[in-house]
Design a protein around this ligand. Structure first.
Ligand code: UT7
Length: 329
């Protein structure tokens, strides 16, 4: 049987123009630039200020950018997955809004909720559909307007996140390239160490939920930090071992950008030197589902055909995983 894989043929992004610096946050909460940089690696993040624009706006722009890069028409797309925890609406799906706006007439689409692992889970899902032969071309988008669920009076969370979107076009290939393997995990977070308490069916919006700030992100930072450091490092090592990859074989690690210390711990565990690790958390903060495609975008001119790349993430859910792919552009 002929080999069937899926490969990335286009990468796109959208970042809001507004830059919120650590100094600006010092005016809202009791924090300082030195603390934020040394504990997280973040210097600034982008914020989508226009109240009339939301995740679908950023996702649409990133999708159009990726289609241009792949040099294909929206009408050729079979599937659109938007990974997000900040959809425009609970329904319809953000993917449906994107489908209409880009004119992807034959595509079906849905949103995928796996927080910071969302892009990875979406990429492996779309890739598996392509491998099965059911579809040929997909758009995989990671987009989050985190500022819509950030409490700018809570210094433990508001310094961490930013807004943005990244997208890739995934197409079928019969060569030894593209997505080779993935390893993914979920461990239901009954203790709610990272979540948004209200807005779902358990706590629908009421005056009370708004008053109690239950529509904002809550995180037990220390607990999540420990689990993220272990989870991301373990799964990255696991996918290397499973595919007989030595540190020399790996050209790039594309880590989820939640905390520079978590990224460094993962790279150390994989035996990778710093120059093989994509890091842009300093500029964008944690954009949740968008971090990995935003890294691919920022590094795309440095990537060579055949480069062995590990994508790795950890996030709310709890969810974590890694994808091994061979760059194909
Ligand atoms: O992307 C999804 C997954 N999420 C993550 O991976 C995030 C994981 N967690 C983290 O990245 C880190 O836990 C944080 C960056 C959120 C916090 O860093 P930390 O080193 O774990 O700090 P901490 O929570 O242990 O707090 C240390 C101290 C505390 O003061 P005391 O109790 O030692 O007096 C905090 O109150 O730092 C204080 N603190 C701050 N100080 C200045 C907490 N936030 C701030 C702040 N500015 N923004």
């Amino acid at each position: 049987m002929a080999l069937k894989r899926s490969k990335i043929t286009g990468v796109g992004k959208y970042l809001p123009d507004y830059v919120m610096t650590n100094e600006e946050l010092e005016k809202h909460v009791d924090t300082n630039d030195e603390w934020i940089r040394s504990r997280t690696g973040i210097a600034e993040r982008r914020i989508l200020k226009d109240p009339d624009k939301a995740t679908s706006f950023m996702a649409t722009n990133a999708a159009e950018d990726a289609l241009k890069d792949a040099d294909i028409d929206a009408e050729e797309i079979d599937l659109i997955i938007v990974a997000t925890v900040t959809p425009d609406y609970l329904f319809p799906a953000t993917a449906a809004l994107v489908q209409k706006r880009i004119g992807a007439k034959k595509a079906f689409g849905f949103d995928l909720s796996a927080a910071c692992s969302g892009f990875l889970f979406a990429l492996s899902t779309a890739g598996s559909m392509i491998e099965s032969g059911r579809i040929k071309k997909a758009l995989v988008i990671g987009a989050d307007k985190m500022s819509s669920i950030m409490d700018f009076t809570d210094r433990t969370t508001c310094i961490l996140f930013g807004d943005g979107a990244g997208a890739v076009v995934l197409e079928e290939t019969d060569e030894d390239e593209g997505i080779v393997d993935f390893v993914q995990y979920t461990d239901g977070d009954e203790n709610c160490t990272l979540y948004q308490p209200a807005g779902g069916s358990l706590n629908p919006a009421t005056e009370e939920t708004v008053k109690n700030k239950m529509h904002y992100i809550r995180q037990d930072g220390r607990t999540v930090f420990k689990k993220a450091t272990e989870g991301m490092a373990d799964v990255s090592l696991e996918i290397m071992k499973k595919n007989n990859l030595s540190p020399d074989d790996v050209a790039w690690l594309v880590p989820h950008q939640a905390n520079l210390r978590i990224i460094n711990a993962t790279a150390r565990r994989m035996g990778l030197s710093e120059d093989k690790v994509m890091i842009n958390i300093n500029k964008y903060g944690n954009t949740t589902a968008a971090t990995i495609p935003l890294c691919l975008y920022d590094w795309k001119d440095k990537l060579n055909k055949g480069d062995k790349i590990i994508l790795s993430a950890f996030g709310g859910g709890l969810t974590w995983g890694a994808i091994y792919l061979k760059w194909s552009k």
